[in-house]
Design a protein around this ligand. Structure first.
Ligand SMILES: [Mg+2]
Length: 240
């Protein structure tokens, strides 16, 4: 796999009418690391539910994540957990680490067409994070894990559900994500795909992904960037 370009060609996005954004580590940067808080809450939930020591709870949590795509999917399947209760407690976190990002808000607003958040988290979590960024009002809708019937990305059905519900023509849409595996289906549906990478870690992230998921995956990333606002500004021609 060759490293995707970081500078968008405006012509590549001229046909795009729907802009689809993952939330965590995409709309807010990787270093904010809200997931560390969610991750701890999930471990505590598993420990309490199954009366396990934290270390054992963590092993099981990660096993469910690997086997079923989310910890929740494993907990529902094997232990009949109430998803609403789990999601409420997993997302009981402090959002103060997210700082307002007016440049991102302006850039999203300037994109022609509709904008969506498509997250494996909840609407409540997405609203809280987007509100902290000061960008919530720029989105037309939020598609969350509840709307996905608790089947997370990268399941193909979940993208279909999102596109059908919102009447998104995927050939005229773009997807922004920090997890390469979540861009495989969008790319196959004809979406333009942009991978968000942590600052200064772009090549390392891609190399580790290539090693982990091996090279038989088709290239699914059109572009990569560590600066979402700057990338969007270039697409609409407002960068300086
Ligand atoms: Mg993410």
């Amino acid at each position: 796999m060759t490293t995707p370009p970081t500078h968008p060609d405006m012509a590549d996005f001229a046909h795009v009418r729907d802009w689809v954004f993952d939330l965590d580590n995409t709309l807010y940067p990787h270093h904010v690391n809200l997931f560390a808080q969610i991750d701890r809450n999930m471990t505590a939930y598993v420990a309490e539910l199954l009366q396990l020591e934290p270390d054992a709870a963590r092993v099981l949590q990660k096993q469910y994540y690997r086997d079923h795509g989310t910890t929740l999917a494993g907990l529902m399947l094997h232990h009949g957990v109430d998803p609403n209760d789990f999601l409420e407690r997993a997302h009981a976190i402090d959002y103060s680490a997210i700082l307002p990002d007016p440049a991102l808000g302006t850039a999203i607003k300037a994109l022609p067409g509709r904008k969506f958040i498509f997250t494996n988290g909840t609407v409540k979590h997405a609203e809280a994070a987007a509100r902290a960024l000061g960008i919530l009002d720029n989105f037309d809708d939020i598609f969350d894990i509840v709307a996905a019937d608790y089947v997370p990305k990268p399941a193909g059905n979940t993208y279909d559900k999102f596109a059908t519900l919102n009447r998104v023509d995927t050939r005229r849409a773009a997807m922004f994500e920090d997890l390469p595996r979540n861009l495989l289906v969008p790319r196959s549906l004809g979406m333009k795909t942009v991978l968000l990478v942590p600052r200064n870690l772009g090549t390392t992230v891609l190399e580790s992904w290539e090693l982990a998921e091996n090279a038989k995956q088709p290239d699914c990333i059109d572009y990569m960037t560590d600066d979402l606002a700057g990338f969007l500004q270039t697409i609409v021609g407002t960068s300086n």
